[in-house]
Design a protein around this ligand. Structure first.
Ligand code: CP
Ligand code: NVA
Length: 302
């Protein structure tokens, strides 16, 4: 049966750890210039209903490095944008391509596409989740900290798709997570409840210093995600005090590292000093999108 990559909780810890092992191998091969054409002659369709720099480039370059090909499909220039049903688009694309990556609004659209398409579907970001980013983030932590076991992670900011994905990661991998969001901007309650049922060790507060306390890894993300542009001003007011700045960083472990999925709004969710500072690993994190996604593609489409 085909497998999809829609949410971290669809996969076991053992399977995700295997993805990290393959990522390590593929990254080493790429750095040494060794061929690793695991997807020779295969094609990935990439559907975008939202903007992207990293996701688009890393998937496309990743397919080329694996010996395959990627098609960039903006929904506006396909029949999907004119209302062709997902269940038809999914079946048609599955006749031409060996996999589909989709970035869209609703997680239900991604699930419907996966249900109807014969080929693996990868979630390239929805309003609910960003699982490929989380895998790149954790691989970056493994590289810098030697592993994720026993570490404390902090999320400071909006209870958005990245926060929900961190909650899923805490549930699957079992690490401690400390979350601070303003009132009214908490993570998705269904995601929170399921993580509790899975035994996740997560503490929630409305205080960035409480979340950062003793943390080994600090993360944040924009206060207004794609699709929330009209709320940006209101959110800037609601998120006062939530900037990941030197004051918040000082509450963390002295060797803590800082993650941000990018794009970042310096002076809003993160200060320029922190994102450019020596504890920031955001560009390693961005690079690792490529290596982790190659492992996901090779595992699903190989
Ligand atoms: N982090 C991330 O997904 O970036 P893009 O929106 O540029 O793809
Ligand atoms: N939360 C952000 C992440 C961008 C990569 C958004 O959804 O816009």
């Amino acid at each position: 049966m085909k497998k999809d990559f829609l949410a971290l909780t669809d996969w076991s810890k053992a399977e995700l750890d295997q993805l990290f092992e393959l990522t390590r191998k593929l990254k080493d091969q790429q750095k040494k210039g060794e061929p690793h054409e695991l997807l020779k002659g295969k094609t990935l369709a990439m559907i975008f209903e939202k903007s992207s720099t990293r996701t688009r480039i890393s998937f496309e370059v990743g397919m080329v490095q694996l010996g395959g090909h990627a098609l960039f499909l903006h929904s506006d220039t396909t029949q999907m944008g004119r209302g062709e049903p997902i269940k038809d688009s999914g079946r048609v694309m599955g006749r031409y391509c060996d996999g589909i990556m989709i970035r869209t609004y609703s997680q239900d659209v991604v699930a419907e596409l996966a249900q109807w398409s014969q080929v693996p579907v990868i979630n390239g970001l929805t309003d609910l989740y960003h699982p490929c980013q989380l895998m790149a983030d954790l691989f970056t932590v493994i590289e810098h900290k030697g592993g994720y076991e026993g570490l404390t992670f902090a999320w400071i900011g909006d209870g958005n798709n990245m926060a929900n994905s961190w909650i899923n990661a805490a549930a699957v991998f079992g690490f401690e997570l400390q979350i601070a969001t303003p009132k009214g901007y908490e993570p998705n309650p269904t995601v929170v409840t399921r993580a509790e049922q899975m035994g996740a060790r997560i503490r929630y507060s409305n205080d960035p210093l409480t979340a950062a306390d003793g943390a080994d890894v600090l993360s944040t993300d924009v206060w207004a995600s794609m699709g929330q542009e009209e709320e940006a001003e209101k959110r800037r007011e609601a998120f006062v005090g939530y900037q990941l700045d030197n004051r918040v960083l000082a509450a963390a472990h002295p060797d803590a590292i800082v993650l941000h999925c990018l794009p970042a709004h310096r002076g809003e969710e993160i200060s320029d000093a922190v994102i450019e500072g020596k504890q920031s690993v955001v560009f390693d994190e961005a690079e690792n999108r490529l290596h982790v996604q190659k492992a996901i593609l090779a595992t699903l489409m190989g």
